[in-house]
Structures are given as structure tokens and as C-alpha cells.
Design a protein around this ligand. Structure first.
Ligand code: KG4
Ligand code: ZN
Length: 378
């Protein structure tokens, strides 16, 4: 049982991924095929195109993950697949293939919640480092292109149990990065480029106050209010208004045209195309988002007496977010863990790792389950 090797499959959004992880801690392979080039011209993920690309990629990606792991279809112990949350059509590709493989090979099939996968990205790497001691409750901020969730986690016999104590009321933080990058003509995805450009601007130049990252409880019935909810659609609108008021449209268009001629633009290509006003705006946007994420998370940690903090998901790759969390959580003596940048964004190693406690508990899926685009984590 201790050396059980699980093939994980992930296709919930715009990465087709497969990995082999043994006992939830030894990564034998981790293959991620990104669809960025497909979605780049649209400035966001196009669900129909995502499903088509997953269909094209799933078989070769799984084959490569097995090859790199030195495994065959027969020598893996179980197959794990993301059931949700995510795009219905995209999830279905991974699920259908995983079911077919499990059926044909006579191997157990395990369903994984994508958000628990992100949490296991942290656990997987910390276990690999060795000597990892964890104090509960663990507060986990899962912050990505599709999600901004705060979970308070406790231990149960096999695995963890989760209470959702905060979530975004509208856009996810990564979605705000992507939309702001799109309206500033910075390309897709927005997170990595804004992360790289923000250091070149003045984060105090543009003031985004509480009115922009508005109090999420406005208009929400009393019994559904929580003090730790997020809201990121207001700041995106504020950026748009700033671009219009400050007459930045011309510079945005010029940048879009220049970037259209570069196949896969890197931050070094984009920086010379940005004027001071753009860099200041980007830096101020990032500062406001990071401050909001950090302050609400730490407030929740204090009030719910969390002993450990996890920050994971695509936006956890952000340098300023990491720095600020380390500084602020450090002041309160709260240990904070992030995955490496490679495991922050979507991958299948985290899915195979999250499946391991379920494998031990023999918590296997029957053939009848389907994709759950809004699957909750409990
Ligand atoms: O976890 P992920 O790969 O997919 C989802 O589950 O959504 O997250 C992708 C998101 C995108 O919105 C992307 O812009 C954002 O993560 N992202 C970042 C950074 N790298 C990726 N956001 C801020 N800073 C980064 N360095
Ligand atoms: Zn994700």
C-alpha cells in the first residue's frame, strides 16, 4: 500500500495534464500541456476550444506521463481524475478517458476535487522535503483564474474536512488579472505579465480604495454574509475608467498592434511597450489586490485561530503576494506555505497526490459519476 503509484489526470480548464505520484509524496512524472497559445488571441479561455484541445492532447499527455515515470498502464495502482469544479466540456474529456482506462485495465478509479488538488500541491512538496509537521486548523487560500476561496481545514480519519469561510462574490482574483491585462493590451494570461511589470511602476500612483474592492456584503442577505468574502469586479471597472479618463486608449492600441506581431511575447518584449502611466497603473492594481487577499486571509486566520496557512492556485505564483504573506504572517508567527511556482498553476501531480488518502481509504468511484462544474469542497 505504501508504494501505491497513482496516475492523475487533470483537464478542468486550459491545461491538459497527467502525472504519476507514489504514496502522495514521490513524483515520478508531471506533464502539463498548456493551451495558452490557443486562447491567447481571445484574451481568455474559450470553453469549446479548451474541450477540443483536451481531446487532441489527452492520449499523448497520459502516454508521456507514464513513459517519463517508467510505468506501464498495467503497473500503476489506480487512476485519479478531476471531477470538478471547472468547465463541463473540459472536465468530461479527462473523466471519460479515465473511466475508459480504469474499465479496460481493471484498476480503481478515484475522483478528486480540483480545489483539494491545489491544497495537495503544498502537501506533496512539503512531504518531499521531509520532516513536515502540520498544526491544525489549516487555513487555505485557493486563489486562481477560476477561484478565490478560503477554506478552514481539520483532520479526519482519512484526509481532511473543509469549511468554506470566504469566497469571491464575482470575479476570481486571477480573472481580474486576466481582464485587466486584456484591457491594457498586455496579452493573456495576465498574472505572469502583470507580476513582472508591477516592479517597474509606482504602486502608490493610483488609489484603489474600499469603493473599488468593495465590501462584498453589500446587497447580500444577512444570513448569507461572511466577513471574509472577496469581490474583484469593481477594481477591474475602476481600471477601465482610469484608462478612459486618462486617455490611455491610444497607447493600449499601439501595444496591442506591436504584440500581435510577436508569437509568444515575454515580459521583456512587453516592458518597452509600456509608458510610465501604464506601469504605475499595473503596480497600483497589483498592490490593491494583494493587500485585500492578505488582509482578509489574516483576519480570518486570527478570528478562527488557524495554526497554519496555505496559499495555493495560479495567483499564488505572484511574487508580491508571496512576499507580503511571508512578511505579514511572519509578524503574527503564523507559518505560511506555498507550492513551487510550477505546482501553483494547474497540474496533475496535485490530483494524484490528493487521491492518495482516498486510495488508502478505498474510496473508489463507480462508473456512473459525471463532471461537476460547481463541485463544492467539504
Ligand atoms: O490555477 P490556475 O492555473 O487555473 C485555475 O484553476 O484557474 O490559475 C490560472 C490563473 C490565471 O488567471 C493567471 O493569470 C494567474 O493564475 N496567474 C498569476 C500568476 N501566474 C498565474 N496571477 C498573478 N501572478 C502570477 N505570477
Ligand atoms: Zn486550478
Amino acid at each position: 500500500m505504501g508504494t501505491a503509484c497513482i496516475l492523475g489526470i487533470e483537464s478542468s480548464c486550459d491545461e491538459t495534464a497527467a502525472a504519476v505520484v507514489c504514496a502522495g509524496e514521490t513524483t515520478l512524472s508531471n506533464v502539463v500541456l498548456s493551451q495558452i497559445a490557443t486562447h491567447q488571441p481571445y484574451g481568455g479561455v474559450v470553453p469549446e476550444l479548451a474541450s477540443r484541445e483536451h481531446l487532441r492532447a489527452i492520449v499523448p499527455v497520459v502516454r508521456r506521463a507514464l513513459e517519463e515515470a517508467g510505468k506501464t498502464y498495467d503497473s500503476i495502482d489506480a487512476i485519479a481524475v478531476t471531477q470538478g469544479p471547472g468547465l463541463a466540456g473540459a472536465l468530461l474529456v479527462g473523466i471519460t478517458y479515465a473511466k475508459a482506462l480504469a474499465f479496460a485495465l481493471g484498476k480503481p478509479l478515484i475522483t478528486v476535487n480540483h480545489l483539494e488538488g491545489h491544497i495537495h500541491a503544498v502537501l506533496l512538496e512539503e512531504r518531499q522535503k521531509g520532516g513536515f509537521q502540520i498544526d491544525f486548523p489549516v487555513l487555505s487560500l485557493v486563489v486562481s483564474g477560476g477561484h478565490t476561496h478560503l477554506f478552514l481545514a481539520a483532520e479526519r480519519e482519512h484526509g481532511w474536512i473543509y469549511e468554506t469561510i470566504g469566497r469571491t462574490r464575482d470575479d476570481a482574483a486571477g480573472e481580474a488579472y486576466d481582464k485587466v491585462a486584456k484591457l491594457l493590451g498586455l496579452g493573456y494570461p495576465g498574472g505572469p505579465v502583470i507580476d513582472a511589470l508591477a516592479g517597474h511602476g509606482n504602486p502608490r500612483a493610483v488609489h484603489f480604495g474600499h469603493a473599488q474592492i468593495k465590501h462584498a456584503n453589500r446587497g447580500v442577505p444577512k444570513d448569507r454574509q461572511t466577513p471574509y468574502d472577496f469581490s474583484f469586479s469593481g477594481i477591474k471597472t475602476a481600471v477601465l475608467r482610469y484608462v478612459e479618463l486618462e486617455d490611455m486608449r491610444g497607447s493600449v492600441q499601439a501595444r496591442q498592434q506591436a504584440l500581435a506581431g510577436i508569437a509568444r511575447p515575454k515580459p521583456e518584449d512587453i516592458l518597452p511597450l509600456c509608458d510610465r502611466k501604464t506601469l504605475d497603473l499595473v503596480a497600483s492594481f497589483q498592490r490593491a489586490v494583494v493587500r485585500d487577499l492578505v488582509s482578509k486571509t489574516l483576519e480570518a486566520a486570527r478570528e478562527r485561530e488557524a495554526r497554519t496557512l496555505f496559499v495555493t492556485g495560479g495567483v499564488a505564483a505572484n511574487s508580491e503576494l508571496r512576499r507580503t504573506f511571508e512578511l505579514e504572517a511572519g509578524k503574527e508567527g503564523l507559518p505560511v506555505y506555498f507550492p513551487s511556482r510550477r505546482l501553483s498553476t494547474d497540474n496533475a501531480a496535485m490530483i494524484a497526490a490528493a487521491a492518495y488518502p482516498k486510495f488508502v481509504a478505498k474510496d473508489f468511484a463507480g462508473p456512473e459519476f459525471s463532471a461537476e462544474p460547481s463541485l463544492a469542497l467539504k
